[in-house]
Design a protein around this ligand. Sequence first.
Ligand code: FAD
Length: 318
Amino acid sequence: MKVTDHIKNANGKTLFSFEMIPPKKGNNIQELYNNIDPLMEFKPPFIDVTTSREQYVYIDKGNGLLDRKITRMRPGTVGICAAIKHKYDVDTVPHVLCGGFSKEETEYLLVDCHYLGIDNVMALRGDAMSHQKYFEATNGGHQYASQLVGQIQNLNCGKYLHDVLEADHKSDFCIGVAGYPEKHIEAPSLQTDLKRLKEKVEAGADYVVTQMFFDNAKYFEFVKAAKDSGIHVPIIPGIKPIAVKRHLQLLPQVFKIDLPEILIDEIEKCDNNAKVRQVGIEWAIQQSKELLDAGAPVLHYYSMGKSDNIEAIASKLF
Ligand code: FAD
């Protein structure tokens, strides 16, 4: 079922969902299941699975030289989505990226999703590769998420690449896109970024999931600004419990987000990461309660693959 239908059917009740990352190549899927298992009692109607793009790895050739190879360290998003859907009877949302994929490869991936009964996809640009300063479109791929949304929407109309097919069977994907309450790192202003978000919605996006934020006022202002600019699809808040002290530097640096002073103070007082994790849980519970009271359609948690903190949060709310 579509994410938007889950929201409609909930009749104003806030839903619980979360995102998982695929295991590293060579690892078992069991650990992923071990992390999903305790969250199923909170009845997520859908679970997202992220995609990471290709990266360089350096292999020691033993003669003092290194061989540079390109590989995807966490492959298998669509397969994992199918496996989770089958095991738990829950909808899954594979993240689909521009970066690292040609339009042709994206089409194959979408056809696979359709055959597997996956009704939702999250359309994202992805980031630059680690050696690049700026994102560059992959050869034959998209530059912006709005173009990827356009490709998915075309498929929903039975229009495949190169117009080689007269399709009598159309996909019907519900399309999610990313939104940034504190603006995307590359955007010159929040207003311009909102214009870009509107382009994604006009291209066919059905809902938005936000980047993490730690001050709910940022989300509320963003939702209002989005509505004022004519964006009327559901905007799902993304919540990340802080888990380690290093997040104090890492999260602002990677995601260009601010942390509230009180939260920083509480984390700085902690002399180990177990205490930091507890502060992160308590902060996320307070954030979630306020978002629930304000009628957010879904509370969507970033798990980073470990679910004990999400479980502690959800047990207080759902
Ligand atoms: P876009 O919407 O394409 O925007 C990227 C930048 O380009 C923005 O600054 C925007 O303002 C600008 N822009 C857009 N259109 C135009 C235009 N026509 N002209 C000029 N500028 C334009 N990354 C992963 O690698 N894997 C994941 O699974 C993943 N999941 C995510 C889930 C969520 C909920 C979120 C919020 C992010 C996720 N990301 C993921 C990160 C995401 O890929 C990055 O934030 C990326 O840098 C931007 O992706 P986007 O889809 O927002 O890009």
